[in-house]
Design a protein. Structure first.
Length: 90
């Protein structure tokens, strides 16, 4: 059985103070395994396992929507919150 694959979009949805890397609420990226050039490496490392899981059909039991997960940046002073959302590849 072939794995179903999805497109995963990453979006910065909130933070408690300005990001040290200059990210702004509403910034969006498409997950493509390699880190986007303008996305902080620390944030990307936090997002990566969730993006891989969504891309390959995984779900997270604490999320009400199986196609969406929210993930926080490890910088507690900024507390960027990202939404990862998947849709089927057409």
């Amino acid at each position: 059985m072939a794995l179903k694959e999805y497109v995963v979009t990453i979006k910065l949805i909130s933070n408690k103070s300005p990001c040290h890397s200059g990210l702004k609420i509403g910034d969006t990226w498409t997950f493509d395994y390699a880190p986007p050039q303008d996305l902080c490496g620390f944030a990307y490392n936090s997002l990566f396992p969730f993006a891989i899981a969504l891309k390959t059909g995984g779900t997270f039991p604490w999320q009400s929507d199986p196609d969406v997960v929210t993930v926080a940046c490890p910088d507690g002073d900024v507390a960027n919150l990202f939404e990862l959302r998947r849709r089927p590849v057409k």
